[in-house]
Ligand binder design. Structure first.
Ligand code: UDP
Length: 341
C-alpha cells in the first residue's frame, strides 16, 4: 500500500480525505497538532474505517519533529498538505500567526521532503486567490489578484513558493487544488466540521441556528447584483472535495503531472445564500430563523468555478447535490448534539 502523509489530517477536509485515501487503497499517515480540531475526529475516522489510522501529534512548522516523522515513516510516497489556519477575520487581527503557521509549515515541509527525497505534493489552496473576479465562471487562467486578507495572502504566497520551486529546476511535483466552498459531512455522520466558537462560515451557522445553538442567521446583504440580491458561491461537498485529493495524488504518483499544476475544485454551479438556505430547509424539513443584515466587509459578491480542467485532466466529478450536502451537514450537527449529551 502506498503511504501518503496527510498534514492536518484530523481537520475538516483532511479527515474526509484520509477516509477516501483508505477506501482507494492507500495508507494515510496523519500529522496534526490539534490546534483547530479534536481527538474525536480520529475516533470518527476509526469508526468509519473499522481501525485506527496512524497519527503523529506534531506541529508542521517544527522541522525537527517533521524529520522524525519522515525517519520513522519510511516509504512515504506523497504528501497532502492541509495544515493551516483558515479564519479570515482572525488573520486580519493576527497576521503574523497566519504567516508563521501557513507559510512556515509549507517551507518546513518542503525542506524535509527534499531531504527525504519525497517529491509529490498536493497543496490546499483556495479560490480566494481570484479575489473579486472580473469574469465568471473562473478558470485556472483567471488572473490571481492581490489578496484581501492575510489568510488569502498566505494561500497566494504558498502558490508562489511552489511555483518558484517548480521553475528552479527542482524535481518537486505539486498540484495545488483551489477549493471553492466546502460544505457538509461524511454520510456516516461520524466526521464533519468542528468550528471553534461562533462559526464564520455559512453552513455551520445554518445548522447551529436550526439546532438552537444560535438564535438567528444573518444573511449578509441582499443588494448585490445577483438574481435574489444575496452573494453567490460554489458549494462543494466535502467528500467530493476529498476525492479530488485522491485523484490528484494518483496522477502525481503515476508521473503524468507537471511540476506545478492548479485545479479549481467546485461543482461548477453558483448558488445564492438564499438558495443555500432554501436547500437546507427542503433537505431537512427544518424552518430556519434568518434575517437580512448589512453586507459583510470584504465579501466577494459572486464566484463559482469552471471545473473543466479538473474534469478532463483529473477525472474529477462531483456526485452530491446541494440538498444532499445540506442534509449531511444537518446529520452531523445532530450527531454532535447526541454525543454531547
Ligand atoms: N454568509 C451569511 N451569513 C453568515 C455567514 C456567511 O450571509 O453568517 C454568507 C457570506 O456573506 C457569503 C456566503 O454566506 O456570501 C458564504 O460565506 P462563507 O463565510 O461560508 O464563505 P466565503 O465568504 O469565505 O466564501
Amino acid at each position: 500500500m502506498k503511504k501518503i502523509l496527510v498534514t492536518g489530517g484530523a481537520g475538516y477536509i483532511g479527515s474526509h480525505t484520509v477516509v477516501e485515501l483508505v477506501e482507494a487503497g492507500y495508507e494515510p499517515v496523519i500529522i496534526d497538532n490539534f490546534s483547530n480540531t479534536e481527538e474525536r475526529s480520529l475516533q470518527g475516522i476509526a469508526d468509519i474505517l473499522g481501525g485506527d489510522v496512524t497519527c503523529h501529534r506534531i506541529d508542521c512548522t517544527d522541522t525537527a519533529a517533521l524529520r522524525e516523522v519522515f525517519e520513522k515513516e519510511t516509504d512515504i510516497e506523497g504528501v497532502i498538505h492541509f495544515a493551516a489556519f483558515k479564519a479570515v477575520g482572525e488573520s486580519v487581527d493576527e497576521p503574523l500567526k497566519y504567516y508563521h503557521n501557513n507559510v512556515g509549515s509549507l517551507v518546513a515541509l518542503l525542506q524535509v521532503m527534499k531531504e527525504f527525497n519525497v517529491n509529490k505534493l498536493v497543496f490546499s489552496s483556495s479560490c480566494t486567490v481570484y479575489g473579486i473576479p472580473a469574469e465568471l465562471p473562473v478558470t485556472e487562467q483567471t488572473p490571481v489578484q492581490k489578496a484581501n486578507s492575510p489568510y488569502g495572502n498566505t494561500k497566494k504566497i504558498c502558490e508562489e513558493i511552489l511555483t518558484d520551486l517548480a521553475t528552479s529546476g527542482s524535481d518537486m511535483y505539486t498540484t495545488a487544488l483551489r477549493y471553492f466552498n466546502p460544505i457538509g459531512a461524511h454520510p456516516s455522520a461520524k466526521i464533519g466540521e468542528l468550528p471553534l466558537g461562533v462559526p464564520n462560515n455559512l453552513v455551520p451557522f445554518i445548522t447551529q441556528t436550526a439546532a438552537g445553538i444560535r438564535e438567528q442567521l444573518t444573511i449578509f446583504g441582499n443588494d448585490y447584483d445577483t438574481p435574489d440580491g444575496t452573494c453567490i458561491r460554489d458549494y462543494v461537498h466535502v467528500v467530493d472535495l476529498a476525492k479530488a485529493h485522491v485523484v490528484a495524488i494518483e496522477r502525481l504518483l503515476s508521473g503524468k503531472a507537471g511540476n506545478i499544476e492548479f485545479f479549481n475544485v467546485g461543482t461548477g454551479t453558483g448558488n445564492t445564500v438564499l438558495e443555500a438556505v432554501q436547500a437546507f430547509e427542503r433537505a431537512t424539513g427544518e424552518k430556519l430563523n434568518y434575517k437580512i443584515g448589512p453586507r459583510r466587509p470584504g465579501d466577494v459578491p459572486k464566484i463559482f468555478a469552471d471545473v473543466t480542467k479538473a474534469t478532463e485532466e483529473l477525472g474529477f466529478k462531483t456526485t452530491t447535490t446541494l440538498e444532499e450536502a445540506m442534509k449531511s451537514a444537518w446529520d452531523w450537527q445532530m450527531h454532535l448534539k447526541e454525543t454531547a449529551k
